[in-house]
Design a protein around this ligand. Structure first.
Ligand code: KG4
Ligand code: ZN
Length: 351
């Protein structure tokens, strides 16, 4: 990776424009290191991809291309700034869809060149990890982070910016992916994580019981692909005239969610015990799940540790987390050279 030092650590106010285009959300934000978040906007492409039951990479890139520049203009306006008042630019450099990443990286680099300001490519997962720092009571380092999104389920020991040790990972599906696949089975559309969570509210928690994968094995790894198969089998057994009744769907959703939540809680408890950390951070789209937040809050009280999570809208993909992560790195004197490079695959511990 071509990362250069752009001079001394910056001590004056920095306003960073953040751009996120790694998947199916176009996110733009302006973060000011003294005054916090000045403006942000997220446009979600779900309506475009829903008919296909998943993200279509080419459609994602084309839509980012259409939406990004107008969103940059309107977000700068919303912050009450002129482009000359932006001091640095941060764009998501990976991991993600290559074409989608390239749209953000190309525009980010071009604007930085035109405005003669430094730019930096940010790791998408670092953005998620640091999203709780956008809240009024941010965590201190070190902490354990549970990163649960559509593409990742990881436990990470975080000792500072860029000091990340992966201590647990999924062997197959990510938690969000399991939510989405089970939601699809229940006919809830794509991405169905939030819809499944809403349906689970109506479910009877005592009707079905899903296995809790890997909790009886030592270690901090996860495996969620079996849950989708388990759900598929229950659906098959309860289909009448090719239909599953609405109450049965809600009961399946409820039992599925309970299994994911309990599995995540068991592994978080283990991670806290093994590392001796006093802080737990939840990040990523599945962090918006209320049942998970509640269960982890109960765990935190039992273990006498503090739980931190971003507000709901900053759990899922957004530009604010990229602006924040970029700001921390640019202020430390880092920036990227003029070449436009993206990393569709980029393990966090390579940072
Ligand atoms: O972090 P994110 O926006 O994108 C990735 O980087 O993957 O996470 C999206 C994932 C999707 O799988 C979505 O279904 C899931 O987060 N998600 C939820 C909820 N809201 C979003 N899963 C469970 N409960 C929710 N309330
Ligand atoms: Zn994400």
């Amino acid at each position: 990776m071509q990362r250069v030092r752009c001079g001394a650590r910056r001590e004056y106010t920095m306003r960073i424009l953040g751009i996120e285009t790694s998947c199916d959300e176009t996110g733009v934000a302006i973060y000011d290191h003294v005054n916090g978040l000045l403006a942000h906007a997220v446009y979600t492409q779900t309506a475009i991809h829903a008919p296909f039951g998943g993200v279509v990479p080419e459609l994602a890139s084309r839509d980012h291309l259409r939406k990004l520049l107008p969103m940059v203009h309107s977000t700068i306006q919303q912050a009450g700034l002129a482009p000359q008042q932006i001091d640095g630019l941060a764009y998501t450099k990976g991991p993600g869809l290559a074409g989608a990443l390239l749209v953000g990286a190309m525009l980010g680099r071009a604007l930085a060149f035109a405005w003669q300001i430094p730019a930096i490519g940010v790791h998408h997962l670092e953005g998620h990890l640091l999203a709780p720092f956008l809240e009024p009571l941010p965590p201190d380092f070190p902490f354990v982070a549970l990163l649960v999104s559509g593409g990742h389920t990881e436990l990470i020991k975080v000792e500072g910016i860029g000091q990340y040790t992966l201590i647990g990972d999924t062997l197959d599906d990510a938690a969000g992916e399991a939510f989405d696949k089970t939601a699809k089975l229940l006919g809830l559309g794509y991405p169905g994580g939030a819809a499944l969570a809403a349906l689970a509210e109506q479910g009877d928690p005592n009707r079905f019981y899903f296995p809790r994968p890997m909790i009886d094995r030592p270690g901090l790894d996860f495996s969620f692909s079996g849950l989708k198969t388990y759900a598929a089998n229950i659906c098959r057994d309860h289909r009448i005239d090719n239909e599953i009744n609405e109450q049965t769907k809600a009961d399946i959703a409820c039992a599925f969610q309970a299994a994911v939540v309990e599995t995540l809680v068991v592994k978080c408890r283990r991670a806290i015990k093994e590392t001796g950390m006093k802080r737990l951070v939840i990040a990523g789209g599945v962090g918006a799940n209320m049942a998970l937040r509640k269960a982890l809050q109960t765990l935190a009280e039992k273990l006498q540790i503090t739980l931190y999570f971003p507000r709901m809208e900053f759990c899922t993909d957004n530009g604010a987390m990229i602006a924040y992560a970029g700001c921390r790195r640019l202020m430390a004197g880092e920036c990227d050279d003029l070449s436009v490079m993206v990393h569709p695959r980029w393990p966090l511990d390579e940072l």
